[in-house]
Design a binder for this molecule. Structure first.
Ligand SMILES: O=c1[nH]cnc2c1ncn2[C@H]1C[C@H](O)[C@@H](CO)O1
Ligand SMILES: [Zn+2]
Length: 384
């Protein structure tokens, strides 16, 4: 018998393995039933379906367009039902519960406060409602036998002009549940340098930020995010593959930007299913994460939008184990990469790695030792 370390983990093991999620949108992860409940309670009449199952399918299909712009249109419905304190609290609590149920032990969940002001909430009220929801979700998870810690990332929309204000908001809540900042939205035509003032402010404050870059647009976007804006991490960053040449004989040549990303250990928040839907990748088997993992880039695995992609962290890992034959060792590698790249303090990241993640994988890796198979009992008898 060979050890489980060297074989592809079962779906049950993937689900029980401790996972770390750095790129997940709060407004992209609602339960369909919750959308319907809140729409009814708040009088929102724009939903395309009123049955939970059908609504879930509608989101997945509508997001499956091959274009980031079309994909983003689906968020009009989720944001429409996230406009009151109670709704934000509920959605955040359920998000933490759902992630914990899926074996996520640490998550950074992002949303754009400026998109939740339509019914009179202030930016601060939005942040506080979400923070309280996350704390409630952590409590519920604990009551169900799970452990999870959730930090918020505040996103500014790249087509809008509120990035500095949102960066200041992130800074003022940095010791109260908010761990960093991000920009998101349509990439083509909205370079990250539009928001340079926000990034420069955060750098002066010694704060952390990630930038969606290299998803729908190529290397110039990644280059600006890193070299002009100073991003700590890249949201997606999948187009870094355009700066890597693989020759017929399998030898690999990295361009200057790809070398920089690898050498500086810039974390790539990769979201395979989302990339297939927006056209940033063509299949799981051809997804750049396979090569980037082999080349030891600091790649991480993420969900992006669980509702629009009909996915979870476990499902993302299932797709990757099928496509690339990943083992528990590979899963551990991605998970440690993610935890190293989180925006919480170093001592807490280290404790998560040493006291939660590594023991969790060690336990899974040892399971094969205790499996009772017909072969072992049979051969013992035969030997007597
Ligand atoms: O993958 C994405 N790329 C760019 N923007 C995105 C992506 N997923 C979600 N967003 C946008 C839509 C949401 O309303 C916003 C804040 O979470 O972020
Ligand atoms: Zn995203």
């Amino acid at each position: 018998m060979t050890s489980q370390t060297a074989s592809v983990p079962s779906p049950d093991q993937i689900s029980r393995a401790p996972k770390v999620l750095l790129h997940d949108h709060l407004d992209g992860g609602l339960r369909p039933g919750t959308i319907i409940d809140i729409a009814r309670d708040t009088g929102y009449e724009g939903l395309p379906e009123t049955e939970a199952d059908k609504l879930g399918v509608w989101f997945r299909e509508a997001a499956d367009s091959g274009s980031l712009e079309r994909y983003l249109e689906t968020f009009a419905h989720t944001c429409a039902v996230m406009q009151t304190r109670d709704a934000l609290f509920r959605v955040a609590a359920e998000c933490a519960e759902d992630l914990a149920e899926d074996g996520v032990v640490y998550a950074e969940v992002r949303y754009a406060p400026e998109q939740h002001l339509e019914r009179g909430l202030t930016l601060e009220e939005v942040v506080e409602a979400v923070n309280e929801g996350f704390r409630e979700g952590e409590r519920r998870a604990r009551a169900n036998g799970h452990r999870i810690r959730v930090g918020a990332l505040l996103t500014a929309m790249r087509h809008a002009a509120r990035a500095l204000e949102i960066a200041e908001l992130a800074n003022s809540y940095r010791d109260s549940g908010v761990v960093g900042f991000d920009i998101a939205g349509a990439e083509a035509g909205f370079p990250p340098t539009r928001h340079l003032d926000a990034f420069e402010y955060l750098k002066r404050e010694n704060n952390h930020f990630t930038i969606h870059a290299g998803e729908a647009f190529g290397l110039p976007s990644i280059w600006q995010a890193l070299q002009w804006c100073g991003a700590d991490r890249l949201g997606h960053g999948v187009r870094i593959i355009d700066d890597i040449e693989v020759a017929e004989d399998g030898s690999v040549k990295l361009g200057r930007l790809a070398s920089y990303v690898r050498d500086k250990r810039i974390p790539l928040e990769m979201c395979p299913t989302s990339n297939l839907q927006t056209g940033a990748a063509t299949s799981y088997e051809d997804h750049p994460i396979g090569l980037l993992r082999k080349l030891h880039f600091r790649a991480t695995v993420n969900t992006d939008n669980r509702l629009m992609s009909g996915t979870s962290m476990s499902q993302e890992f299932e797709h990757l184990t099928k496509a690339f034959g990943y083992t528990l060792e590979d899963m551990l590698w991605f998970t440690v990469n993610a935890m190293k790249s989180a925006f919480i303090p170093f001592d807490e990241r280290l404790a998560m790695i040493n006291d939660v993640i590594k023991p969790g994988y060690a336990e899974l890796k040892s399971e094969w030792l205790f499996q009772q198979t017909a072969t072992t009992s049979g051969s013992a008898k035969a030997g007597n």
